[in-house]
Design a protein around this ligand. Structure first.
Ligand SMILES: Cc1cc2nc3c(=O)[nH]c(=O)nc-3n(C[C@H](O)[C@H](O)[C@H](O)COP(=O)(O)O)c2cc1C
Length: 308
C-alpha cells in the first residue's frame, strides 16, 4: 500500500502537521508513505492551450502536456499511489492557488479521458482523502473542501474521507487542537480501509458534512439544461448528481437524488465520459468554422486598448 500526501501550505505548517498525523497512522497500519509540498516544485500554470483536450477528443490519442517541468515527476507518483491525501489551506474561502495551479495541469493526465482513448496505464483503483485547514470557521472556508473534492473526483479517485480543521491561523497552532490531530489520524486509518476494500468501501467521514448524499459537498446549484439532456431541478455542482429538495419527517430540508439523478455522476466515470463526448462535439463546431472565426476575430485583434 503506497500513499502519497500532497501539501500546499507552509513548511511545518498546520496542513503538514495534520497530514503527518494521518501518514504516521497509515504507516502503523502497514503503508509506505511519501509526502511532498507543492512549494518545492516547479509547476508552470496551465496556459489553456487545450492541446491535451484536442488530442484526446479530436484524435482519440493520449496527449502529453506541452510543458516539461516537475509535473511528470509528481504525477508518476500520484498515478501509481494506492492512496492520495491532500492537505490544502483555505485562501479566500477556496483552496490556496498553488494547489489550483497544480490541479489545472491535471487535464493532460485525466484518467477517464485516458481510458476513453484506451490508455491502459490509467486503469488503476485509487482512494483519496482531503484535509482542508484554515484560520476561521466553515463560513470562511465555504468552498475549500468542495473545490478540493472536484480535483480528486476528476482524477477518478474514490474519496473516502474529508476533514476540515478550523481556527488555526498561525503555523503550528493546530497543535493546540487535540481533536483535529485525532481526526487526522482517523483519516489516515480510513485511507487504509479504503485501499484494503476498494470495491465495497463507502464514505467513512462525517455523513452530515454537506447537502449532497453522494459526494458530501455542502453547496447546491439550481439546475440548468445539459448539452444533451434536460438537466435537474437541483444539481450538486461537485459530483453532478441531480434531484430536488424535500422535507423529511422532522421538517428538515434534504437534497434527494432522483431516479436517473446519477446518470452524469462524476463518481463512477459516467460524468467524465459524457463530458469527453461533449468536448468532442463542441470543438467540432470550431474546427468546421475556422475561416468564419478568423474573419470575425479581426475586429478584436485590431483593437488595441492601452495596457499598463
Ligand atoms: C492569503 C490568505 C488568505 C486566507 N484566507 C483564509 C480564508 O478565507 N479562510 C480561512 O479560514 N483562513 C484563511 N487564511 C488562513 C490560512 O488558511 C491559515 O493560516 C492556515 O493555517 C494556513 O495553513 P498552513 O499552516 O498549512 O500553511 C488565509 C491566509 C492567507 C495567507
Amino acid at each position: 500500500m503506497n500513499i502519497l500526501a500532497v501539501t500546499a501550505g507552509r513548511k511545518n505548517g498546520n496542513g503538514e502537521i495534520l497530514v503527518k498525523e494521518a501518514l504516521m497512522r497509515a504507516e502503523e497500519l502497514g503503508a509506505e508513505v511519501k509526502m511532498i509540498n507543492l512549494h518545492d516544485y516547479n509547476i508552470t500554470p496551465c496556459s489553456g492551450c487545450e492541446s491535451c483536450t484536442v488530442k484526446f477528443t479530436q484524435k482519440h490519442e493520449p496527449p502529453e502536456c506541452i510543458y516539461k517541468d516537475d509535473m511528470d515527476k509528481i504525477m508518476k507518483e500520484w498515478l501509481a499511489a494506492d492512496g492520495v491525501i491532500v492537505a490544502v489551506p483555505a485562501f479566500s474561502y477556496m483552496p490556496a492557488g498553488i494547489y489550483r495551479i497544480f490541479t489545472d495541469r491535471h487535464l493532460a493526465y485525466e484518467p477517464n479521458f485516458h481510458k476513453q482513448v484506451g490508455n491502459k496505464d490509467y486503469f488503476k483503483h485509487r482512494v483519496g482523502a482531503i484535509i482542508g485547514n484554515g484560520g476561521s470557521t466553515r463560513s470562511w472556508m465555504s468552498l475549500t473542501l468542495e473545490c478540493i473534492n472536484i480535483t480528486l473526483i476528476t482524477q477518478d479517485i474514490k474519496v473516502v474521507d474529508q476533514m476540515m480543521a478550523n481556527r488555526a491561523p498561525r503555523p503550528g497552532q493546530i497543535l493546540l487542537d487535540e481533536a483535529a490531530l485525532n481526526r487526522a489520524r482517523q483519516l489516515g486509518e480510513n485511507v487504509i480501509k479504503g485501499i484494503q476494500d476498494y470495491e465495497n468501501v463507502k464514505f467513512l467521514g462525517d455523513q452530515n458534512l454537506g447537502w449532497c448524499p453522494v459526494c458530501h459537498s455542502n453547496v447546491l446549484s439550481l439546475g440548468q439544461p445539459h448539452w444533451n439532456s434536460e438537466g435537474f431541478v437541483i444539481e450538486c455542482p461537485i459530483c453532478h448528481c441531480g434531484g430536488d429538495l424535500q422535507k423529511d419527517e422532522n421538517g428538515k430540508w434534504k437534497f434527494v437524488i432522483q431516479e436517473n439523478g446519477d446518470e452524469k455522476s462524476m463518481l463512477d466515470g459516467r460524468g467524465a465520459k459524457d463530458h469527453f463526448f461533449e468536448i468532442e462535439d463542441t470543438m467540432k463546431k470550431y474546427f468546421m468554422n475556422l475561416e468564419k472565426i478568423d474573419e470575425k476575430r479581426k475586429k478584436y485583434t485590431d483593437y488595441k486598448p492601452a495596457s499598463i
